[in-house]
Design a protein around this ligand. Structure first.
Ligand code: C2E
Ligand code: CA
Ligand code: CA
Length: 609
């Protein structure tokens, strides 16, 4: 009964210490110091130490020791399993090892000539296991210089101390793993910069500050990283990303706050606005200059550029998500305006810039994935009875927007330098279809394909078309190429050569949208065109509009003089048709006869005429 009472008193003393103010704030080492001291004082023990087992279990190391005579010390001591096999086994086998005389106890007598003598002739020992989560961590070791018969209170009390130390170990491990988790959730693994969620957190912190701080969010995107990845390999792309990260982190600027990696090749920087706002220009110049230094990769120097969008708090918005969106769309605007520049957010410009930038990227994918398609619009004979040829027109089946007409995406394609690729893609599709129709026993009339100025300046154009004709076994005479006047306005010898080569392949050339652009009759005379298409705008108001009648008549007369045939585009009604027929127009094209149609529908239409 007496022993139980004593134990409860000791237990109470321990709990009071544990729950006293300040204990939880101590670091682990200091907590252990307090516990070993208290244990020694309560139980009147000469020495209380904590030993830890090595990971592989082949040794134990003294970590910390409290001696009633000398206080704490950290003199390291190491016990090898190989030298104290019996002792180690006993420790592992028995939950608690206690002996009143360690010199004589067979489990501990191997310590006699080393440890016990080295440590002021320790005599009695009480070892209680200490855990770290569910792993044996080591022992709490109570020692006495003189023989001591350990009481139940001693054992119970030592066990409670050991358990408390186990709990502290486990709590520490939990704290560490939480720190790791914090790291994973706050940082970008690849660059070591903060990630987007840290950035958002920081922005919110700055927004909540009183007095209000003014800052800029700069959003960086590396230009054409895709092209670098595709052309030079992903490793080069990675090297570019890490170099940009190093440069952004390394920049010494007085108002710089957080730098984060917010996407594959996107970074962000928070910058406290200077008192004099116009100084911000210098800051941006410095940033752009630093980023745009060439990147040395092995023996080569890589010239890279970035587009930067800047949004200001609070003048652009006082909302976190909107601020991010603003800086992003300013970045898209910088890209749309030619890349390698920084732009401030501008409400009006940004919305369209982002949309067109995204469309461009989608268009690149559409060309690669075959989301484009070709439709055919028949061209009728002058008496409107027969299909004499047809025109191939490109379409884009956009996954959100549905079918897009050329007017909706070709301007983008021109901008992005993709138009020649599209023309070529259409040409190949046409060759495939011609081959397919032949296989089905249907003779397709010649097909007119639209060619842009970009395609026309390619000096290899004729060779490429020749390869295509070969590949699909298509005769040149089955293809016509339409180009607008502006595409041939340059009178270089190279253009002349290209056109001549095409004609040599048997391909017929025609001028599209005639009457809308720059053209001279003389020029037409010197180039190998055999057909021209009167632009729809002149046909539209026939026969009511006298000017349009006069223009069309003069085109027809002039063409006849040059031996060139004429197609009227956009014929929609009988009045137009009748007038054109009366003037002797050679061919008619328009919704009155057929709208552009799918290949299969064209084959059906061909069968029935
Ligand atoms: P375009 O070469 O003048 O093609 C004729 C356009 O007029 C087509 O529009 C056609 O659908 C439309 N059209 C034909 N008949 C009528 C009619 O009776 N009434 C009206 N209102 N419209 C009619 P689409 O397909 O939208 O093509 C527009 C322009 O896009 C084409 O004008 C051409 O300049 C360009 N385009 C189309 N496909 C290609 C291509 O593969 N490459 C290039 N470079 N340009 C293309
Ligand atoms: Ca055309
Ligand atoms: Ca046209």
């Amino acid at each position: 009964m007496e022993q139980i009472k004593t134990f409860f008193n000791y237990h109470k003393a321990l709990m009071q210490r544990l729950h006293s103010s300040g204990f939880s704030e101590l670091n682990k080492a200091n907590k252990l110091k307090e516990l070993t001291t208290l244990c020694s004082q309560l139980l009147n023990i000469d020495s209380v130490a904590i030993w830890s087992m090595s990971d592989c279990g082949d040794s134990m190391n003294r970590e910390l020791c409290y001696e009633s005579q000398h206080g704490h010390h950290h003199r390291p001591y190491r016990l090898e399993r190989a030298e104290h096999l019996v002792y180690f086994k006993a420790l592992e086998a028995a939950d608690i090892l206690f002996t009143h005389n360690a010199y004589q106890d067979p489990r501990t007598c191997s310590l006699r000539n080393s440890y016990l003598n080295d440590n002021s002739a320790m005599s009695a020992m009480l070892d209680v296991p200490v855990y770290d989560s569910n792993r044996l961590y080591g022992v709490l070791c109570l020692e006495s210089h003189v023989e001591r018969y350990w009481s139940l209170t001693d054992v119970a009390c030592a066990t409670v101390f050991a358990d408390t130390i186990s709990l502290i170990n486990t709590h520490e491990a939990w704290l560490n793993s939480r720190k790791e988790l914090d790291y994973i959730t706050s940082f970008d693994d690849f660059t070591g910069l903060y990630n987007q969620s840290s950035l958002r957190y920081r922005i919110q912190q700055l927004m909540d500050q009183k007095p209000q701080s003014e800052f800029a969010l700069l959003w960086f995107d590396i230009d054409r990283l895709n092209a670098i990845n595709n052309g030079m390999g992903g490793q080069v792309g990675d090297a570019v990303i890490s170099e940009i990260a190093v440069r952004l982190r390394g920049m010494v600027l007085s108002g710089k706050d957080m730098v984060a990696r917010v996407g594959g090749d996107e970074f962000a920087m928070l910058y406290h606005l200077p008192k004099q706002k116009d100084q911000m220009h210098e800051v941006i110049d410095t940033i752009m200059h630093t980023i745009h230094q060439p990147i040395h990769l092995g023996t080569q120097d890589l010239q890279i550029s970035t587009s930067v969008g800047i949004a200001l708090y609070p003048s652009d918005t006082d909302d976190l998500s909107t601020l991010i969106r603003c800086s992003e769309s300013a970045m898209y605007q910088a890209k749309a305006d030619g890349r390698r520049q920084a732009q401030y957010f501008n409400q009006k410009k940004s919305a369209t810039a982002k949309a067109s930038f995204l469309m461009k990227n989608q268009l690149i994918e559409a060309i690669a994935h075959g989301d484009l398609s070709v439709v055919y619009q028949p061209v009728m004979s002058g008496n409107a009875q027969d299909i004499v040829s047809c025109e191939a027109l490109v379409r884009w089946q956009h996954h959100h927007l549905g079918f897009l007409s050329p007017g909706e995406f070709l301007p983008l394609a021109y901008d992005a330098g993709l138009i020649a690729d599209i023309d070529f893609w259409v040409l190949e599709q046409v060759c495939k279809d011609i081959k397919l129709s032949r296989a089905r026993g249907i003779i397709m009339p010649s097909v007119a394909v639209n060619l842009s100025a970009d395609a026309l300046i390619d000096p290899l154009l004729a060779d490429k078309i020749w390869d295509l004709l070969e590949k699909y076994q298509v005769l040149g005479s089955q293809i016509e190429l339409e180009m607008i006047e502006d595409a041939i306005k340059d009178d270089s010898s190279q253009l002349q050569q290209t056109l001549d080569k095409l004609v040599c392949l048997g391909i017929k050339l025609s001028i599209d949208d005639f009457g809308t652009g720059y053209s001279s009759l003389l020029r037409l005379k010197n180039l190998p065109f055999t057909k021209l298409k009167v632009d729809r705008s002149f046909i539209e108001h026939l026969p009511q509009n006298a000017d349009d009648c006069a223009i069309t008549l003069s085109i027809l007369g002039m063409a006849a003089g040059l031996g060139i045939t004429v197609v009227a585009e956009g014929v929609e009604n009988a009045a137009q048709e009748q007038w054109l027929q009366q003037q002797g127009c050679n061919y008619l094209q328009g919704f009155k006869y057929h709208k552009p149609m799918k290949f299969e529908d064209l084959l059906r239409a061909l069968k029935t005429t």
